[in-house]
Ligand binder design. Structure first.
Ligand SMILES: N[C@@H](CCC[C@H](N)C(=O)O)C(=O)O
Length: 276
């Protein structure tokens, strides 16, 4: 079968987006792994599949697969690309789009300047929501990775994140500690690992080692997790600019029970077809 796809990115976090509204398409793990391979396939961090909704009042259903073939709950940069994709393709003309995800319902708002704001839902610091194994109740936990101990804040923004505050962002630390914590036994479903350097109360630098992928140029849910963790600890104010390797995201969170709002760009790179 010949599969039509669109290659997109949100700040360098790259996606293959497939329209499964006009024509039904299903993928198995092996197909996704092959398509994601940068030598043997197209190459991407996540595969995004646009499907018809299954719930009333929803515009679409949005399915997300990491490059290792695992299906996940949420993807912030992907959500912005999703909005641009359905508009560019004429699948909708709405500028406010309600979408079903594995995480629940999210709302995408396309602004006049082309930026997209995503209502990411409200975050949770409850260990069971990630899940994260612990017998204590805190918001900062120590965890061993290799020979060292790290202080992490576990946060669910629909998908699981472990946020670590660091003084400097080091290539070696992101790669090795990221990989160790991603698959740590205390995270039974694995975890995305964010390394956050606080510059001031409204600005951070962030690198994210993503579950099922490795380090990416940017991670939207990672940016949300880092900002809410920073606000919870009193390091950050409610509106923060997050500098990622691929560019900036603007994150807003007004506190417990409120949704996290993420604003940033979405870009189309090319269209193509490939044998599945
Ligand atoms: N790149 C994403 C997150 C994708 C999912 C993540 N790797 C997971 O396994 O939860 C983003 O922009 O949020």
């Amino acid at each position: 079968m010949l599969l039509k796809f669109t290659k997109m990115h949100g700040l360098g976090n790259d996606f293959v987006v497939v329209d499964a509204v006009s024509r039904k398409v299903f993928f198995n793990k092996q197909q996704i792994e092959k398509l994601s391979d940068r030598n043997w396939g197209i190459g991407f961090d996540q595969l995004l599949v646009v499907e018809p909704p299954t719930l009333p009042d929803m515009d679409f259903r949005y399915r997300i697969y990491n490059s290792d073939g695992s299906e996940v709950e949420h993807c912030g940069n992907g959500a912005r690309c999703f909005a641009k994709f359905v508009l560019d393709r004429g699948l909708t003309d709405k500028r406010i789009i309600n979408v079903e995800t594995k995480r629940g319902v999210i709302q995408l708002r396309v602004m006049d300047d082309g930026l997209v704001t995503v209502d990411m839902g409200s975050p949770s610091f409850e260990p069971k929501d990630l899940p994260f194994t612990t017998d204590s109740s805190s918001s900062l936990y120590s965890i061993n990775a290799g020979d060292n101990k790290y202080f992490i804040t576990p946060v669910s923004v629909g998908n699981p994140h472990a946020v670590i505050k660091v003084d400097a962002l080091l290539d070696e630390e992101v790669a090795t500690v990221g990989a160790l914590i991603e698959c740590h036994e205390r995270f039974p479903r694995n975890v995305n690992v964010g390394f956050m350097q606080v510059l001031n109360s409204a600005e951070i630098n962030l690198r994210v080692y993503e579950r099922g992928v490795g380090e990416t140029q940017a991670c939207g849910t990672g940016a949300c997790a880092a900002v809410v963790a920073g606000i919870k600890h009193g390091w950050l104010s409610p509106k923060v600019t997050v500098h990622l390797r691929g560019g900036d995201l603007h994150i807003e969170w007004q506190g417990q029970g409120e949704p996290v709002l993420m604003t940033g760009p979405a870009a189309k790179v090319f269209e193509g077809q490939i044998y599945l």
